[in-house]
Design a protein around this ligand. Structure first.
Ligand SMILES: [Zn+2]
Length: 152
C-alpha cells in the first residue's frame, strides 16, 4: 500500500475525491469490501499494524474521555442550587447531601437530599412505593381477622 512520490502527489491533490470513491465502492462492491478486509486483517498481523491498532485505541479512548469529562462538567455546573443550604430539602436535617435528578437532559431538575431521603425517592421513582399503603392495610386486616381477640 506504499505509494511512490508521483502517486503520493496525485493522491494528496485528489484525496477527497479518491476517498469518496473508495468509500462508495466499499459500500456497494462486496468483492472490493472483502479484499479490503483481507488486506486490513493481514496488516493487523504485522508489527506496524499492531502498533497502529494500539494507537487508534488510545486516540479513541482520549476522545471519549474528553467528551465524557465535558459532559460531566456541564452537568455539574448546571445543578440546581439548594435553597436550604446544607439541609436536606425533604426532611430538613443537616447531613451530607446528594443531588437527586431524574433526567440527564435536565441537570437543573434536581433536589438536594440526605442519604435516607435519597434512597426513599429513588424507591418512589421506581414505583415500588405504589403498593405500600395497600400492603400495609392488607397486613393489618389479615392480622386483626386472625388475632386471638377476634377469633374468640
Ligand atoms: Zn432527608
Amino acid at each position: 500500500m506504499t505509494r511512490n512520490i508521483y502517486q503520493e502527489r496525485y493522491y494528496q491533490k485528489n484525496r477527497e475525491e479518491i476517498n469518496r470513491k473508495n468509500r462508495e465502492r466499499y459500500q456497494n462492491d462486496p468483492e472490493f469490501r472483502a479484499s479490503r478486509k483481507r488486506i486490513q486483517a493481514k496488516f493487523r498481523q504485522t508489527e506496524r499494524g499492531k502498533e497502529k491498532q494500539r494507537e487508534d485505541g488510545r486516540k479513541y479512548h482520549q476522545r471519549h474521555a474528553v467528551k465524557l469529562k465535558n459532559r460531566e462538567r456541564i452537568f455539574i455546573s448546571n445543578k440546581r442550587q439548594n435553597p436550604r443550604g446544607r439541609n436536606c430539602e425533604l426532611c430538613g436535617r443537616e447531613q451530607n447531601l446528594n443531588y437527586h435528578h431524574w433526567t440527564d437532559e435536565h441537570p437543573e431538575w434536581g433536589m438536594w437530599l440526605c442519604k435516607s431521603c435519597h434512597i426513599s425517592v429513588e424507591t418512589f421513582d421506581r414505583g415500588y412505593l405504589d403498593n405500600y399503603p395497600e400492603l400495609k392495610e392488607m397486613i393489618q386486616n389479615e392480622s386483626s381477622s386472625n388475632s386471638p381477640s377476634s377469633r374468640s
